[in-house]
Design a protein around this ligand. Structure first.
Ligand code: EPU
Length: 425
């Protein structure tokens, strides 16, 4: 097991290159299943989630290889073993995104129920509902979904999601590209990663448009071809580095990110008094750290895009420990996504859990080093942020969860002046 040892206090400064978006690239890898032609992705982050999905796809019989630099080459000629093992699903819930493309292209797949994780129950009923609406038969036995399409393939359907779901929208959209007729998805998710996936699918020959508020229309086509696509920058990694700059009173420019995708986070920065300069044409965002006493407390509620992302709230909570007054965070997307607050309290934060979904954070409180750890990606990044601003040294365990979604986080932080080491423990 590895741990991070972090000595806090150094203001971060310099430039950092933001990697491609995890929550876009995983779905694009699944999109490559829709064609037997080669697909090429660029700006692919070197994170363990990509490596896990690559392994799963190789086991199914697809050719997925890293190419020079940040490239990934994929070709899905045939599925020799259309099965996703439980170990992979336990490591990465997003493997469920293979459901739609496998059904659409090969007519069958067996996938484990990815179940719950640290951030709540996380059911997949809406993915199943969408596939069944398109004519699929899905049986659930011994923890696995056995899914098959009718002999003449999936058919278009009108699907209304009762809850906005990112992967549910994507799974249905991927399946619909090769279905007969038109599929209409209502109450669809609006995340920029989905628009990036739509751009790749259209380059492959799919017919997809956003045709109304939260509506996506897909006209099924008989076949799709290969495509080359460059993945958008990761707004969630960008938010983490923006907070690293703000919390340490540093001055950091993030390159390779469209600040428009961060609008909800930047609106909170405005309310708190965090100084920044966004340059959409240069795809950059510069954060100028402010003395902590100047930060204002805010009330924040998470919502589907374009609202304030659930993934933003844990990192933001570190900044709120340094704002003057009482802030509240209201998590509306997942239950159990406030666990990191317990670890922050060990570091000196003044946080009260009002209920399962709401926390009150009172600041400013100086943080101090501690031994902390948590088994979740964004919560892990949160503890790194807290350690960067704490006095003394912190030891953080569970960092394999951070490696799932942050490319070389310690190398990037060291280049900005942080004191952080990865140790074997
Ligand atoms: N939901 C259902 N049934 C379903 C699917 C979802 O009830 O079949 C509920 C969920 O329980 C949740 C809500 O719908 O309450 C929204 O969940 P959603 O389906 O949007 O989440 P997801 O697609 O599984 C993606 C990201 C998450 C991110 C959420 C919300 C990927 C691989 N994951 O998850 O990212 O938090 O959207 O924006 O795209 C992360 O990167 O650390 C991460 C957890």
């Amino acid at each position: 097991m590895q741990k991070f040892v972090i000595t806090g206090g150094a203001p971060l400064s310099g430039h950092v290159r933001i990697a491609g978006a995890k929550n876009a690239v995983l779905k694009m890898m699944a999109a490559a299943v829709l064609t037997d032609e080669p697909c090429s992705l660029r700006n692919v982050p070197k994170i363990s989630d990509v490596a896990i999905l690559r392994e799963v796809m190789n086991d199914i019989g697809f050719d997925v290889r890293r190419s020079n630099g940040d490239g990934l080459e994929l070709q899905a000629r045939e599925a020799t073993w259309p099965f996703v093992p439980l170990e992979a699903a336990l490591k990465m819930r997003a493997s469920f995104i293979l459901l739609g493309p496998m059904l659409a292209r090969f007519g069958r797949v067996i996938l484990p129920n990815p179940g719950g994780d640290r951030i709540g129950r996380r059911p997949v009923d809406l993915h199943v509902m969408a596939m069944e609406a398109m004519g699929a038969t899905i049986a659930y036995r011994n923890g696995y979904y056995f899914a098959s399409a009718p002999p003449d393939g999936l058919k278009g359907a009108h699907i209304r999601f009762p809850t906005v779901t990112v992967m549910g929208t994507e799974n249905a959209m991927l399946a619909a590209t090769l279905a007969r007729g038109t599929t209409v998805l209502d109450n669809a998710a609006l995340e920029p990663e989905i628009d990036d996936l739509i751009a790749m699918l259209c380059a492959m020959g799919a017919e997809i448009e956003r045709s109304g508020e939260r509506r996506i229309e897909v006209q099924g086509v008989a076949r799709l071809g290969g495509a080359e696509h460059r993945v958008i920058g990761d707004r969630l990694e960008a938010e983490t580095f923006a907070i690293a700059a703000a919390i340490t009173g540093g001055d950091v420019t993030l390159d390779g990110i469209d600040p428009v995708h961060l609008a909800a986070f930047l609106e909170v920065c405005d309310r708190m008094g965090v100084q920044y300069e966004a340059d959409a044409s240069a795809s950059s965002l510069a954060i100028r750290g402010t003395a902590h006493t100047e930060l204002r407390a805010v009330d924040v509620r998470t919502d589907p895009y374009p609202g304030f992302a659930t993934d933003y709230q844990a990192p933001l909570s570190v900044l709120l420990t340094q704002a003057v007054g009482a802030s509240t965070i209201h998590e509306t997307i997942f239950e159990d996504r406030l666990d990191h607050t317990r670890e922050l309290v060990k570091m000196g934060a003044d946080i009260e859990l009002l209920d399962e979904r709401r926390a009150r954070i009172t600041g400013p409180t100086p943080l101090h080093g501690a031994e902390v750890g948590i088994a979740d990606l964004r919560a892990g990044a949160t503890l790194i942020l807290a350690a960067l601003t704490a006095t003394g040294t912190s030891v953080i365990s569970g960092i394999e969860h951070v490696d799932r979604g942050y490319e070389q986080i310690e190398a990037k932080l060291v280049a900005l002046g942080a004191q952080i080491n990865r140790i074997e423990a």
